[in-house]
Design a protein around this ligand. Structure first.
Ligand code: IPE
Ligand code: IPE
Ligand code: MG
Length: 263
């Protein structure tokens, strides 16, 4: 059963026992590239280029710590609305990264997956994404999920459409639809839900990232801009996370004695 569909008590017990409280799944909004460049009086695209390097810092950290899943928000549904030259530059960078990085990720045992509205990308990029997924499909050291052309609302709407199709085809009755059935059609339902969310760049918002999947994720924000990311910052986030009590709607007393019947 996917961890995303665990009951609160099941999710809690799998959490509380974990040694040193390393998150299994880390979800990151990589924000602040544009401001990093603007502060240096450089075009925004220079910030995106520097941001691509910071991705490697994050991947290295996850591999070193044994984090199982890393989901990176690379490009949102709304980012398509940015000026044409910035979108074009981001597409070029994306294509370049796919050409350059996949062999090395494969060699290091990283499985790459993309979530988002893939159809909006050019055929050349889609072909590269498909090839990267196929090449790395057998890897299990780290599951690297790139959210590109992704929106949490798109994800939920897509899941609803898939269920509606099942109903139309006579495979599902409307009264059978519950959180578990809908959750099973949301992206990443085969992976544990994110334990820790990190956003760089100082903004305190979700910006249409994993809306469904973040229901009980611990949130951590830093003013540091994405290109400035280093292992020490990621370690601070992990340390903060490991000191938190995740209650999943239950009481602190229930967490302390999970086998006792609540009063
Ligand atoms: C995040 O950095 C990268 C993308 C959204 C593609 P931004 O480009 O949003 O940088 P800021 O927030 O404007 O500094
Ligand atoms: C969120 O950053 C999307 C990505 C990092 C890919 P944005 O810069 O697009 O978010 P807002 O506009 O500040 O909410
Ligand atoms: Mg931004």
């Amino acid at each position: 059963m996917a961890a995303a569909t665990l009951s609160p008590a099941q999710a809690m017990s799998s959490e509380t026992g974990s040694a040193a409280r390393i998150p299994r799944h880390l979800a990151v909004i990589m924000d602040g590239n544009g401001r990093w460049a603007q502060r240096r009086r450089r075009p925004r695209v220079i910030g995106h280029r520097a941001g691509a390097r910071a991705v490697n810092v994050c991947v290295d950290f996850c591999l070193a710590k044994g984090i199982e899943v890393l989901t990176l928000f690379a490009f949102s549904s709304e980012n398509w609305g940015r000026p044409e030259d910035e979108v074009g530059a981001l597409m070029k960078l994306f294509m370049g990264a796919l050409e350059r990085e996949v062999d090395e990720l494969d060699r290091r045992g990283v499985r790459v997956r993309f979530i988002g509205e893939r159809e909006r990308f050019s055929d050349a990029i889609v072909a590269r994404m498909d090839a990267a997924e196929a090449q790395t499909a057998g890897n299990a050291k780290l599951h690297l999920v790139i959210a590109a052309s992704y929106g949490g609302r798109w994800d939920i709407a897509r899941a609803a459409r898939l269920l509606a199709q099942d109903v139309a085809d006579g495979k599902l009755r409307p009264e059978e639809i519950d959180e578990q059935v809908l959750g099973g059609r949301i992206t990443l339902s085969d992976l544990p839900a994110p334990d820790l969310f990190i956003r760089t760049g100082g903004e305190k918002r979700i910006s249409n990232f994993l809306l469904w999947q973040l229901a009980y994720t611990e949130l951590w924000f830093t003013d540091l801009l994405w290109p400035e990311l280093d292992a020490a910052t990621l370690q601070r986030a992990i340390d903060d996370y490991s000191g938190r009590e995740r209650r999943f709607g239950l009481t602190g007393a229930q967490l302390a004695a999970p086998d006792e019947t609540p009063e």
